[in-house]
Design a binder for this molecule. Structure first.
Ligand code: GDP
Ligand code: IMO
Ligand code: MG
Length: 429
């Protein structure tokens, strides 16, 4: 059974990029199944830091085929920029190693403009989106008026479609949001040019995936965002518009569940969130600031896509247990353990108190989650700097206890803990 699905177990930015990078070492195919360039996956290779928004981690490994799946919404301009970034750094992108699903949807400047205008109109109730047009692109898809990647194959007809699309959204932009309209002809000619460049990469990925499965090749599905941002599973409406969880991999790439033998959940050793929405274990004190870092280090908690400071807090065991349950994780990777060095005390939420009642379940009702007070278990911290430690035995006893405790609280084994952003900074348990 040859499919591994890698999923963010929190609110995104769990270190999926670095985990995907090591899973890519044994993969024939690496595939993104959902989201778009709202994602920002960091991969550190020696002195090089790669920030990938659309392209899976396999692009850094020779011989791996990278797929952008049906479930994605793709901004062609950003994709071409990412091609150029990788090529410029010695990683050729060719139709042999990069395939785009015909069925994926296209993000346009109208989607971006509407995303930004909608957020402005929401005022205090804003979601804090990345402004990349994700919500409006999925809206177009769900209301069955979206532009699909295969439309690019007929450039002339595509130009007409883009013009119609821009004109349609201009009505909303002007009448509802009082924003400036976009010029349909200019966008159409820009998008026709993107179509010409992307054409060689557009293909029927079902054929490729089914053949790979028949031949027993290893496919790794690189999740984007995180379970708590999943449209169905997260804290609606403070979510993204795609299926970030395990189900998204099946529909966003197109294969049956019997092929999946590993579901890897990535979680930080603490919590972070960018954008608005409830976060029960958020800290507004020195501890929170220390978890975030000042921005001096490349791994400090500032958004990979938008540069926004991430909200930080203790590990939320209730939310993580929920992510384990709804995705069926077979194992967990605990990232950024090194960041916890030097804290006198560490805490993990094991339950919430909501209106005076204790619950161990992650609530669906937004008001409940907003009212949830974490019930913490406390642990002794450790002093030693553990960055770069690769041996279990070399970890302070308190760090070993912390890792084991996470597994116990959420009911799934932590198989790896990471102690730095570099490829080698991993402890196999
Ligand atoms: P993703 O979206 O899940 O791929 O995560 P991001 O790339 O947005 O954010 C994770 C950040 O943490 C990146 O800067 C990584 O290089 C960094 N990182 C990942 N694992 C570790 C680790 O074990 N220790 C430290 N210090 N940084 C890490
Ligand atoms: P990776 O793959 C963290 C968040 C946004 C916002 C909400 C909706 O790097 O983990 P959207 O632009 O998707 O409509 O914004 O979702 N968000 C992410 N947060 N990491 C991500 O991706 C995210 N992708 C979206 O901040 O709160
Ligand atoms: Mg990220």
């Amino acid at each position: 059974m040859p499919v591994t699905v890698l999923i963010g177990a929190q609110w995104g930015d769990e270190g999926k990029g670095r985990v995907a990078d090591w899973l890519a070492a044994d993969a024939q195919i690496m595939a993104r199944y959902g989201g778009g360039d709202n994602a920002g996956h960091t991969i550190t290779v020696g002195d090089e830091i790669y920030k990938m928004h659309l392209i899976p981690a396999g692009a850094l490994r020779e011989g791996v085929i990278n797929i952008l799946g049906h479930g994605m919404v793709i901004n062609p301009q950003k994709l071409l920029e990412e091609f150029a970034m990788l090529e410029g750094r010695g990683h050729p992108i060719t139709p042999d190693n990069m395939l785009i699903s015909e069925r994926a949807h296209i993000i346009t400047p109208s989607h971006r403009a509407i995303d930004i205008a909608k957020e402005a109109a929401r005022g205090d109730a804003k979601i804090g989106t990345t402004g990349r047009g994700i919500g409006p692109a999925y809206t177009d898809k769900v209301q069955r008026s979206g532009l699909q990647i295969y439309h690019m194959l007929d450039e002339e007809a595509f130009g007409d479609r883009v013009e119609e699309h821009i004109a349609r959204w201009n009505e909303q932009l002007e009448k509802i949001y009082r924003s400036s309209p976009l010029d349909p002809k200019t966008v159409a000619s820009e998008y026709t040019e993107y179509a010409r460049k992307l054409k060689p990469f557009i293909t029927n990925i079902t054929l490729v995936i089914q053949t790979a499965l028949e031949e027993g090749e290893r496919i790794v599905c690189e999740g984007a965002q995180g379970t708590l941002l999943d449209l169905d599973l997260g804290n609606y409406p403070f979510v993204t518009s795609s299926s970030a969880g395990v189900a998204g991999a099946l529909s966003g790439l197109g294969f049956g569940p019997q092929h999946v033998d590993r579901v890897v959940g990535a979680t930080k050793a603490f919590s972070t969130r960018v954008g608005a929405g409830p976060m029960p274990t958020e800290l507004h004190d020195d501890y929170g600031d220390r978890l975030r870092g000042t921005g001096e280090n490349p791994w400090d908690e500032y958004g990979t896509t938008t540069g926004r400071a991430r909200r930080t807090g203790w590990l939320d065991g209730v939310a993580l247990r929920y992510a384990v349950q709804v995705n069926g994780f077979t194992e967990l990777v605990l990232t950024k353990l090194d960041i916890l060095s030097g804290f006198d005390e560490l805490k993990i939420a094991v339950a919430y108190e909501i209106s005076g009642k204790r619950t161990e379940y992650f609530p669906a009702k937004l008001e409940d989650l907003e009212a949830a007070t974490p019930v913490y278990e406390s642990f002794t911290g450790w002093d030693a700097d553990i960055m770069g430690v690769t041996e279990w035995d070399a970890l302070p006893a308190a760090a070993r206890d912390y890792i084991l405790k996470v597994g116990e609280i959420v009911g799934v084994t932590v198989k790896q803990a990471t102690t730095g952003p570099a490829r080698r900074d991993v402890i196999n348990l």
